[in-house]
Design a protein around this ligand. Sequence first.
Ligand code: SF4
Ligand code: SF4
Length: 102
Amino acid sequence: MFITRDGTPWEPAYLTAIDGNKCIGCGRCYKVCARDVMHLMGVDEDDELVACAADEDDDDEEFVRKVMVLHQAGNCIGCGACARVCPKGCQTHVGAAVLAAA
Ligand code: SF4
Ligand code: SF4
């Protein structure tokens, strides 16, 4: 279905979900993704998502923790870089062939 430049078979695995209960908001996946697929958000005391800057460590923020969420899932090229750096295993990736058959 897909091949690398040298002709080796390769199947993209697209990021389809992030488990917000496992994610620690470390930002590693965000830093390695070149496709603007994810977005770092804050979670407030009511468990609601609130805006937060990805590169700030302020102590006066209005959230109790950070979490990564899907932002533009359709931009994903399925490179798998985010899966390799995630320390919590909270991402779900689905192979292109599986998605095409769905
Ligand atoms: S698989 Fe690649 S393109 Fe898709 S979200 Fe992860 S790092 Fe970004
Ligand atoms: S690398 Fe994993 S734990 Fe860290 S922000 Fe991304 S999804 Fe969350």
